[in-house]
Write a protein that binds this ligand. Structure first.
Ligand code: CP
Ligand code: NVA
Length: 303
């Protein structure tokens, strides 16, 4: 594994290896066992969109691994004034040991990896959010003790989260069921991939139907970053695409609820369900730290 650009690029074995390492690093952190595996290394973090979790967990994670992280806002970088990503990649490769980038187009992340000579980590694009899904899978395994055969149901927009959850879930042996309105379904590339998993993948319009016997329920905002202008229209389109009591009743009685955050209460999830499952949701947020440290170790460790 040279980069983390999208989960489609990873084998099942590579994903499981990252989850195992994430568990180990979490254990070590909790028990005060120092792991300065990336001593003296620098991660550049380019942000073209807002972030709380990704920014803080990467920066803290790099510090815990003995290295440092540089926050690079696109507002301040020349990239924001039109310097080509090909040149930015070659320049940053001379200073840094790794780059994390959060941006709009997936192509920008792929270009950075193609033209640079250091590992590139996708910290969210319009297409996918692989770091989030590694943390999600780590969390599911913590609560359910296994991934194989578990049913995950995603309700809402067929966005970057839906794309990555579908690919990641299927690759680790989960059953994936989606409820998305017509016209708001996942990327065609993801649907093509999912089709090869036969009955393990299902996409319907009805959230209660999708949630039947689910072990994991997942949702995300109705309007993602960059879609602010459509937010009002989306409130109409997505009305009912919500994790609420009806959806909970359809799932298994011990189902866990996850949300990548930030959450909009009473839109994609009711405040009642959110608070009843807050432990799972904030464990999931914490696991961003551990899962991303595993990614950085696998990509950047010189040993
Ligand atoms: N879930 C997630 O990526 O959060 P941030 O946008 O705060 O980084
Ligand atoms: N779909 C959301 C995820 C945020 C972590 C967005 O792209 O804004």
């Amino acid at each position: 594994m040279k980069h983390l650009l999208k989960l489609l690029d990873l084998s099942t074995e590579e994903i499981i290896d990252l989850l195992n390492l994430a568990d180990q690093l979490k254990y070590e952190l909790k028990h005060g066992i120092e792991h300065h595996i990336l001593k003296g290394q620098t991660l550049g973090m380019i942000f073209q969109k807002s972030s709380t979790r990704t920014r803080v967990s990467f920066e803290t994670g790099m510090y815990q691994l003995g290295g440092q992280a540089l926050f690079l806002s696109s507002r301040d970088l020349q990239i924001g004034r039109g310097e080509p990503v090909q040149d930015t990649a070659r320049v940053l490769s001379r200073y840094l040991d790794g780059i994390m980038i959060r941006t709009f187009e997936q192509k920008e992340v792929e270009d950075l990896a193609e033209y640079g000579t250091i590992p590139v980590i996708n910290g969210l694009t319009d297409f996918c959010h692989p770091c989030q899904v590694l943390a999600d899978l780590q969390t599911i395994r913590e609560y359910k003790n296994k991934l194989d055969g578990m049913k995950m149901c995603y309700i809402g927009d067929g966005n970057n989260m839906a794309n990555s959850l579908t690919v990641g879930g299927l690759k680790v042996g989960m059953k994936v069921s989606l409820a998305c309105p017509e016209g708001y379904r996942p990327d065609p590339q993801v649907l093509e991939f999912a089709k090869t998993y036969g009955d393990n993948f299902q996409i319907v319009s009805d959230p209660v139907e999708a949630a039947a016997d689910a072990d994991v329920l997942y949702t995300d905002v109705w309007a993602s970053m960059g879609q602010e202008a459509e937010a009002e229209k989306r409130k109409i389109v997505f009305k009912g695409y919500q994790i609420n009591d009806d959806v909970m009743k359809s799932a298994k009685s011990d189902a866990i609820v996850l949300h990548c955050l930030p959450a909009h209460r009473e839109e994609e999830i009711t405040a009642k369900v959110f608070e009843a499952h807050a432990n799972e949701i904030f464990d999931e947020a914490e696991n961003r730290l551990h899962a991303q440290k595993a990614v950085m170790v696998r990509l950047m460790s010189k040993k």
